[in-house]
Design a protein around this ligand. Structure first.
Ligand code: MRU
Length: 376
């Protein structure tokens, strides 16, 4: 039997930490110049074949790349959305203060609607709204407010990187602590949670990368992640680029793989975590949590706290985005089912907190029922 994986039960001082996070990443999903206010994003729909960057010149551009999933992954969506807002204000921000307030409101409303389950962007915008409320206490000055918002967006981007180092440390040590120092670990993951889903090293895939550089990874098993194939298009691309040992499986092979390989942990990301630990993540995550429970494999959600929605008590309150039917029935410009096939295509599912061994964050690790304590 596998250890159940008690997240609190490790002594940090017994685990040395030389972060591989400081090593250069092979992949950069965004290039931002704060002085020039230029933002380029990697078009993830063209991967793995082509590496093409798109310039973001407006909120509409940011909205479109997010909506079309050229940019995806909850932390990256927040970065691109807020930096896009800064660029919009630079180019088109009204000079009249009241007009500016209305203009910002409209931009934020649009951005929040782009991928509503990925809560990081909403959380980043809540931060911006606090800045606006404070700014209103001073004499109205549109240029000052624009600069404050641009700086806040830039700070959000920088924080994501620095918090990522802490997140990877907490999470990697936690996963390793269940096993002897000379033991190598086999992990399973779904979707893409790496450099492509963030502007840093990633969350669950970031941990897999750390395990590899620390000599602790035996094998990563990546799910293809139908229907949008983030696992095969993006995770396989990242793992290959960094020479990390892995195999790709179709989603319906997950149960068989759990039975046939000695899986030590399942590591997934999050798009939105409720206060009771219920977690929305890529469709298929809930299935993995059920399988992990049956096979007694620890199931970890690796996430920055910016993916936690402190305003909701449970996953019942999470709005799950549904995607167009064609994403399920068209592949390579060809129908893989009759054209008018009725389709249900939710982008995410909700894993109940009770199936989650631990939620691993930059603020520390907790069991699902203790998410609130991360904010005390
Ligand atoms: O639809 P996507 O590709 O944006 O979904 C991404 C995920 O589900 C990730 O697991 C999540 O955003 C966390 S990324 C660090």
């Amino acid at each position: 039997d596998k250890p159940a994986g008690d997240v609190f039960n490790f002594d940090e001082s017994k685990h040395s930490w030389e972060s591989a996070a400081t090593q250069d990443r092979a992949i950069h999903s965004v290039i931002y110049d704060h002085d020039k206010k230029t933002l380029m994003v990697l078009d993830q729909l063209l991967l793995p074949q082509d590496t093409v960057f798109i310039e973001i010149l407006s909120v509409d551009d940011a909205f479109n790349v997010i909506k079309k999933m050229q940019v995806r992954g909850a932390p990256l969506i927040a970065t691109v959305g807020t930096l896009g807002l800064g660029i919009e204000l630079e180019k088109r921000g009204p000079k009249n203060y009241d007009h500016l307030l209305k203009f910002i409101d409209d931009c934020c409303e649009k951005l929040i609607a782009s991928r509503p389950t990925a809560i990081n962007l909403r959380n980043a915008i809540l931060d911006i709204q606090k800045i606006i409320e404070n700014d209103k206490n001073e004499s109205p000055n549109a240029l000052r407010l624009i600069e404050r918002i641009q700086n806040a967006a830039f700070q959000w981007f920088l924080n994501e990187k620095s918090e990522n180092d802490l997140l990877l440390k907490n999470a990697t040590i936690c996963v390793e602590s269940n096993y002897d120092n000379d033991e190598k670990i086999t992990v399973m993951t779904v979707c893409n949670t790496g450099s492509l889903a963030t502007s840093s090293h990633g969350t669950a895939l970031g941990v897999i990368r750390q395990l590899h550089f620390r000599g602790r990874l035996k094998l990563a098993i990546a799910l293809e992640t139908r229907p949008y194939n983030q696992g095969s298009r993006l995770t396989a691309y990242e793992l290959l680029k960094e020479n990390i040992p892995f195999i790709l499986i179709a989603d319906n092979m997950a149960a068989a793989a759990m039975k046939n390989y000695r899986i030590d942990a399942v590591l997934v990301g999050a798009d939105q975590v409720a206060l009771n630990g219920d977690t929305a993540n890529k469709i298929g995550t809930y299935m993995l949590s059920v399988l992990a429970n049956f096979h007694r494999v620890p199931f970890y959600v690796v996430t920055p706290t910016s993916s936690i929605n402190t305003l909701i008590k449970s996953g019942n309150e999470i709005h799950v985005e549904e995607r167009p039917p064609n994403e399920l029935i068209i592949f390579n410009n060809k129908f893989t089912a009759p054209k008018d096939t009725p389709v249900w295509n939710p982008a995410f599912d909700i894993t109940p907190g009770k199936l989650i061994t631990g939620i691993l964050t930059e603020k520390g690790n907790c069991t699902p029922e203790n998410v609130k304590k991360l904010f005390i």
